[in-house]
Design a protein around this ligand. Structure first.
Ligand SMILES: NC(=O)c1ccc[n+]([C@@H]2O[C@H](COP(=O)([O-])OP(=O)(O)OC[C@H]3O[C@@H](n4cnc5c(N)ncnc54)[C@H](O)[C@@H]3O)[C@@H](O)[C@H]2O)c1
Length: 254
């Protein structure tokens, strides 16, 4: 799909990987709607790149439908969805205080997995009704964001890994469900990428993370994620695949 002139929705677009993708899509001429809980950062980015910001809780049906309505009123129906909203959290299944807190587990699943599913289903239903754009009959494209933790979660990542494994697991069935509707979907599984989350790392921890990546031996950049997300939008033959973006990193247990 040529992204120029198309309406795009980026969840988690106020920060990190979502913000980098929102910037790149805007640079390539897409009309970008940023959906995020962080209004201050979202509004600031909108001032910089244009488009609109809508406050959104990805796991709420009403919130997502309201945000999509605002985006549609400003830009017309969206053809591109980038799912970047997500949260982390570290806790072992059994810790010093006993079993893993169930509420914490459910929160991570709710935001990362249910939230991604919720936004994707609402986008896909709308995109399915649009006119095809090209000879393939393409109507829309979706990017979801998992993590290498979906494949080799570290100690303390049981909830996060479960949420990201769920996203990987949804990729093929959603591609199959949406095939007749002309909507493609791929998932990016990033390794360790420099985003605001890394600001808290000590220089030693940062050095260790850099060294853990075979080649190039450094953390990834947010623009490297954005460029892959753009390629997924542009390359009409990419569908139903989870792509690792990790410099050949295979996470150790800790
Ligand atoms: N940075 C990395 O190294 C890395 C690696 C693997 C996977 N990921 C995944 O990539 C995605 C983006 O990560 P990031 O590093 O850019 O993080 P980030 O914290 O910089 O950005 C995440 C954004 O999501 C928003 N958000 C959180 N919960 C939300 C909710 N319930 N509803 C709406 N918005 C919500 C936050 O406000 C924030 O703006 C996440 O899903 C994360 O799990 C990141």
């Amino acid at each position: 799909m040529d992204v120029k002139g198309q309406a795009a929705v980026v969840t988690g677009g106020a920060s990190g990987l979502g913000a980098a993708t929102a910037r790149l899509l805007a640079l390539r001429g897409s009309k970008v709607a940023i959906l995020d809980l962080n209004e201050a950062k979202g509004q600031a980015l909108t001032k910089e790149i244009g488009g609109i910001f809508a406050t959104c809780e990805v796991s709420s049906e009403d919130s997502v439908k309201g945000a999509f309505a605002a985006a549609k009123a400003a830009h017309g129906p969206a053809r591109i969805l980038i799912n970047c909203a997500g949260i982390g959290g570290a806790s072992r299944i059994v810790g010093r205080d006993g079993p893993h807190d169930l509420t914490r587990f459910m929160k991570i699943i709710t935001v990362n997995l249910v939230g991604t599913f919720n936004v994707t289903r609402i986008f896909a239903a709308e995109a399915s009704n649009l006119e095809p754009l090209n000879e393939d009959g393409e109507r829309g494209v979706i990017v979801m964001t998992a993590s290498v933790a979906a494949f080799e979660g570290q100690i303390g990542q049981v909830a996060y890994s479960a949420s990201k494994g769920g996203i990987v697991g949804m990729t093929v069935p959603i591609a199959r469900d949406l095939a007749a509707r002309g909507v493609r979907i791929c998932t990016i599984a990033p390794g360790v990428i420099l985003t605001p989350l890394a600001d808290d790392l000590s220089p030693e921890a940062r050095k260790a993370l850099d060294a853990s990546v075979p080649f190039p031996s450094r953390m990834g950049h947010d623009h490297e994620y954005a460029s892959l997300a753009l390629q997924i939008c542009e390359n009409g033959y990419l569908n139903g695949e989870t792509i690792r973006l990790d410099g050949a990193l295979r996470m150790a247990p800790r």
